[in-house]
Structures are given as structure tokens and as C-alpha cells.
Design a protein around this ligand. Sequence first.
Ligand code: LLP
Length: 418
Amino acid sequence: MHLFKYHGRELFAEDIAVTELTEKYGTPLYIYSYNTLLRHFQAYTDAFKDYPHIICFALKANPNIAILRLFAKNGGGADIVSGGELYKALKAGIPPKKIVYAGVGKTKEEIRFALRSKILMFNVESEDELREINRIAGVMRLKAPIALRINPDIDPETHPYIATGLKRHKFGIPIEDGLEYYRVASRLKNIKVIGIHKHIGSQITKVSPFVDALRRILFLMDKLSTEGLNIQYLDIGGGLGISYRDEEPPVPEDLARNLIPLLKGRRLALIVEPGRSIVGNAGILVTKTLYLKKGEEKEFVIVDAGMNDLIRPSLYGAYHQLLPVVRKKRNTTLCDVVGPVCESSDFLAKERELKRVKQGEYLAVMGAGAYGFSMSSNYNSRPRAAEVMVRGREHFLIRERETYRDLIRSERIQGFLK
Ligand code: LLP
């Protein structure tokens, strides 16, 4: 459910016409709906309300600090994968004791920063990393709270680039080695084992992979407890899909209904790390048609948003629905909607039947709230888009459009080149 709907011919973001926003802020423009974000976040807290839990929003999906603040104000925590994400989570007011830190390549500086910040736990992905955290914690005279990220070897049946829980992936520790790793961890002086973590992939549209993965994890936890290793935090990762086209993914309630019964009788705190399912459909990217070009087989609609603004179609062949910001009675035509970037892979849609658009008209790229702005870049020296949050009829700029000056802000022409 989201709040981007037509009122008559006009597409609205909550109670404001999208054209009003494009006039004020220009394009390409990311627009987020406050009430959709809130509703999606609360769907998680409601679903898991009968079990002790923390909803740790996965920053990588959308790390705008205004959005993070919204979740923080509603009791949310953070799933982070870098020092930069830790910095942003803290700046947004997320309590350190609600922050979990995953990722296969944490640097010394990042580990120190996280220890100093007193985060809830590190989700450790290898033995080398475990020993490094132990060593650094020793120097700092601390005990580092950790979970081991276990790779349960489950196929989430999603796009191969965003599956993470199979043996061939770089993530986590193979489940059959789990017991041995936990033994090692429990012997390290500056490590405090408190949790277990798994995350099997993203854009998962069924409940069964979550259930199968959790069963495997619980089996390992039972083995651990016979050795006196008691886990307090069970982190089940994120990964719930959204509807980009005609998918009918489960909702948080379905997840909770299937998973919580498996946890009966266990004294645990559950951690969930959703990203896409909270922000994905709460954001759109609005772009303006610059030119039309007739090819032999199809028409090219050239718009002002490129792969640097939204890379998902180019990178994964991902489908994003395109809607006219003002609906017109027009014939449909087969087109490629392409950006201005100098790459053939710069497209928002390929061979799509669309109602004809004219120069100057706007299109909304739906489902752009997750992995949209967060994966954007300055490729082709294109300043990154502005981001706006809408609440009812109100709208707030939550990130300024970059300027040309921003493009060179950190670059230097040193003396020897003068
Ligand atoms: N937790 C961990 C450890 C993760 O690696 C991820 C996502 C999440 C949570 C959040 O997953 P979500 O609920 O958003 O599915 N760029 C890709 C998606 C990459 C996902 C990476 N990990 C895309 O645009 O589809």
C-alpha cells in the first residue's frame, strides 16, 4: 500500500499534486510519502508486538537522515554495513543499543568506531574478522558483543545478484561450521557472544525460505545450548519483497505468523532488518521527458533521469512501473525509456508498451524508494537529485539537489599542475 494515487488526471503524492512538486523542486526528483513510510514501519512493529523485538531498518535501502529520524522516533533501530552508515544512524538519533553491524569487510577504524559507540552487536562474517574484533576490543579494554552470521544454505528464489544465503556466496559462516566457530568465539577473551544472525537475500516473495532458514538456525541454536552457549538475540535479517509489477509478496504479518510459533518457549529478543519492504513503495522518482526519437522498431523516450539516479534497471534488469504524472487519452507505443548517460545500459524501461508521452511531460518511476537514491552516483558528472518528503499537503526538502560546485568540492588541483 502506498499513497501515490491519481486524483482525476493528476498523480498525487499524498494530498499534493506531483506537478506542484516538480515545479518547485525540478527534476529528477525523489519524492517520499511520510505516511506510507510510517505505515510500513508500523506494520513491522504491529506484526511482532507479542514478541520482544527490535526493527533494525537496513540503512543501505535509503539512508536519508530525515527518513532515519522518522523510524528512530517510532522506536526503530538500524542495520548498518559501514562506518558511514553508523555515523548517519547516530546523527539521526538511533540509539546505539539498537544498532547491529553486518558486512564482510569491516576495517579497523570502523570496528573501533562501532566499539566506541557501544552498538548492540557486530554480525561477524569470518574467523579473521572475529579475531580482529577481539584484538581491537582488547586494546580498548572492552568486550565486543557479537553474533555470528550464519549462512543457512537456503535458496531465496530471487535475483541471483541479491541472493546471499547460499554456500557459494561470500556472506556469513557455513552452517555446518557454526558450532565450531561459536566454540572459538566463546574462548576469546574480549568477545561476548550474544547473538546469531542470518540474512538470505532480498526481494523474497514467499514465506517458505524464511521458515526453512529459521528452522536451520534454531537447530544450530539447540546444539549451542547443549554446550552452554546461550543466545539472547536472534537476528533474522531482512529480505521481504515488494510488488514492482504483479508480485504478491507476504506482508510482515505473514512473516510473524509463520515465524513466531517456531520461537515458542525460547527466551530471545528478535531482530528484523527490513529495508525494501519499508521504503520501496514509499518513494517515486519523477523525471521529465527531454526528447523523443523514433527508431526503426521502437521509440526512444529520452528523460532527464539516468542510470546514475536509479541503477536498478541497468544493473539487475529490474522492472519499475512508469506512470504519467498527468494522464492523457493517448495511444500506446513500444518504447525504451532512456536517460542522458553515455552508456547503452542507461535505461529505466526497455521495450515497454507506454501511452505516448510528449516533450516536457513528466513520468513517475514507481517503487523507487529503496536502493534508488542510495545507489545513485555522479557518473557523467551529473549532480545527484533532490529528495522531498510529503506529509499530507505539506512538503519538505530532505536533501538539496547537488550543484556543480558540489561536484568539485573534494577535488584539488595541486601546485605541480599549476
Ligand atoms: N540485512 C542485511 C545483512 C542485508 O544484506 C540486507 C540487504 C538487508 C538486511 C535488507 O534487505 P531488504 O529488506 O532491503 O531486502 N541493491 C539491491 C538489493 C541489495 C540488498 C543487499 N542486502 C536491489 O536494488 O535490489
